[in-house]
Design a binder for this molecule. Structure first.
Ligand code: ATP
Length: 350
């Protein structure tokens, strides 16, 4: 297989398991984000891929070749960290050419490659500038150019944009994504920012507790979170306690609801129903068609582009987000009916 293969990789520090039996395949040319809360093991997994940390168990292979014990300087993966770690006493050009000099490339070759890379990251002609004279975004681009200098087979970035302000971060995200598509380079980006992951990645590995909780396209993860952790971490979800009656029916309080079919329903067990706030339809009248629950409106926030309505349904807080044109204009204390489309109601594994 062409790409990176991670098989049953585990890493422990003392009694703490930082990465716990992780397996995944990253096809050649994909952009993958490791996304998860602080301490979930993202950086440790990336450091093992880079060769900066060795796995306690498991194997890593690239294009079918085992690289588990190969040192980082032999793997030659391109790396950009949050700190960027540029050499402050060297010029832009010398920073970018650093690895080329170590490789023994002559001055003419180095100059040609530096020119090419600085054009690629939109800093043409800046090779003689001091790093200290650059803006945050320009330094970011120098770090990217330096990491790409040796044409690495894999490009690794650990929270590279977290020091940038929101606007610049978005610009750099778009720039990096366009660059990655142009170069078709297999790229892994570590982030705890779900917006960053959703907007950039071909696939997201959502990590929690040292494990991959779900791995798939951003939309598939958003539309069909596979467990409570993912539903909570990606976007907003209503999580409601239900009793499973059969493979597509649950009881929520006094209401019987149809849900997206479950493959292995644990009948009669307690479970969690997840539904996104924007998937709940609110009406004043209890219409036909079933799958409705009534609730009393407890709080309304009109955000201009959407209306957030909190309701008390059977003692549970349920959030519905309505488009202004669909908003029925009710007030706090009013009774409303919530239609929960069957396919948007997912029963989650514990
Ligand atoms: P963050 O977003 O905060 O960087 P992360 O998801 O990248 O978090 P890791 O840095 O991989 O998490 O750390 C995972 C766990 O392993 C944490 O509990 C961390 O304290 C621990 N850990 C990481 N490196 C070491 C080390 N060298 N020695 C001991 N414990 C470590």
């Amino acid at each position: 297989m062409f790409g990176l293969e991670i098989s049953r990789v585990t890493k422990t520090f003392g009694a703490h398991t930082a990465v716990d039996d992780v397996s995944m395949s990253i096809p050649q040319g994909e952009f993958v984000c490791f996304l998860g809360p602080s301490g979930c093991g993202k950086t440790t997994l990336m450091r093992m891929i880079a060769g900066l940390e060795s796995p306690g168990e498991g194997a890593i292979s690239l294009n079918g070749r085992d690289i588990t014990r190969q040192p980082a300087n032999v793997r030659k993966f391109g790396m950009v960290f949050q700190s960027l770690a540029l050499f402050p006493h060297l010029s832009v050009g010398e920073n970018v050419a650093f690895s080329l000099r170590l490789q023994g490339r002559d001055a003419r070759q180095r100059k040609a490659r530096v020119d090419e890379l600085l054009t690629l990251v939109r800093l043409p002609g800046m090779e003689n500038r001091a790093v200290s004279q650059l803006s945050g975004g320009q330094r970011q681009r120098v770090a990217i150019a330096r990491a790409l200098a040796q044409e690495p087979p894999i490009f690794l970035l650990d929270e590279p944009f977290s020091a940038l302000d929101a606007k610049l971060r978005e610009e750099m995200q778009i720039e990096l994504r366009l660059l990655q598509k142009r170069l078709q380079i297999t790229t892994i980006l570590v982030t705890h920012d779900q917006r960053e992951a959703m907007s950039m990645a071909d696939s997201i590995a959502v990590m929690g507790d040292g494990k991959i909780q779900q791995y798939g396209s951003p939309l598939s993860i958003y539309r069909a979170p596979s467990n409570r952790f993912v539903a909570n971490f990606i976007g907003l979800s209503n999580l409601l306690p239900v009793e499973v009656l059969d493979h597509e029916t649950v009881r929520f309080g006094a209401n019987i609801l149809k849900v997206a079919p479950m493959i292995q329903p644990a009948v009669a067990s307690q479970a969690t129903l997840s539904i996104r706030p924007e998937d709940i339809q609110l009406t004043a009248a209890n219409g036909e068609g079933g799958n409705t629950v009534s609730g009393r409106i407890t709080f309304i926030r009109d955000m201009g582009s959407s209306v957030e309505v909190h309701l008390d349904c059977d003692g549970r807080d349920v959030l519905s987000v309505v488009q202004p044109r669909d908003w029925m204009g009710a007030g706090t204390g009013d009774i409303a009916h919530l239609r929960l489309p069957q396919n948007q109601c997912r029963v989650l594994a514990a």
